[in-house]
Design a protein around this ligand. Structure first.
Ligand code: SF4
Length: 213
């Protein structure tokens, strides 16, 4: 079992190899084995990511970091895979990217307009039962369409849990995330973690037990 989340000192961070705790994954592979995992292109990706981090540490927003990373990687054509619930944010993001000379394709999660009923979802089970037909999210086609359009990197914006999983599974181009969806916390899901020893303690720690009652 690996327990990095419980490791307080994290000596791996600064190469203090004589201080590694027991069952530390750092002991499992040599540096060479680790480096050999990455193709030349992937080493370039890792290099550019580290350079963006180092050059702009705590200075630029994630929107800017995405543009900076894309510039360094030579990605001029970006694809935005967004959730219909974040349509305004998608429009703003695309506008910013275009103003910065990127070519941008964007595909909404509801593309295809396939009724959820074809997945076996009843009208009562829809997010909005008042609607006669609710379209399913179609992340596999989002990935395929953006690739077909010639995008060099995809940016996920607010896809649901599970739909993002499917998008990532179907996306063979490089992919990053601008934001993940949290309808309750203004798309800031780790707000729950910041409150996990306070206002949200009982709610979070007892979630599964309550659910099973
Ligand atoms: S890799 Fe080792 S040293 Fe680093 S956080 Fe995990 S257990 Fe701790």
């Amino acid at each position: 079992m690996y327990t990095c989340a419980d490791c307080a000192a994290k000596p791996c961070r600064s190469h203090k190899l004589d201080e590694l705790p027991r069952n530390c994954p750092t002991a499992e592979y040599s540096e060479e084995e680790n480096l050999n995992r990455y193709s030349e292109e992937e080493r370039e990706m890792a290099y550019c990511s580290a350079r963006v981090e180092g050059d702009f540490y705590c200075q630029i927003t994630r929107v800017e970091e995405i543009m900076e990373y894309a510039l360094r990687m030579g990605y001029k054509h970006l694809g935005v895979a967004f959730c219909v619930g974040l349509s305004r944010e998608a429009a703003a993001f695309v506008k910013i990217l275009r103003a910065n000379h990127f070519v941008v394709d964007s595909v909404c999660c509801k593309n295809g307009s396939v009724p959820k009923s074809l997945l076996g979802i009843t009208r009562e089970q829809q997010a909005h039962p008042e609607r006669e037909v609710e379209a399913m999210c179609n992340p596999a086609a989002q990935a395929e369409l953006l690739e077909k359009a010639g995008c060099q990197m995809a940016v996920i914006l607010g896809l649901c849990v599970g739909h993002d999983t499917l998008f990532i599974r179907h996306c063979s181009m490089p992919c990053t995330v601008l934001a993940v969806k949290d309808r309750v916390l203004a798309h800031n899901p780790i707000g729950a973690l910041y409150m996990s020893e306070g206002y949200m303690k009982e709610r979070l720690y007892g979630y599964v037990d309550r659910r099973e009652k």
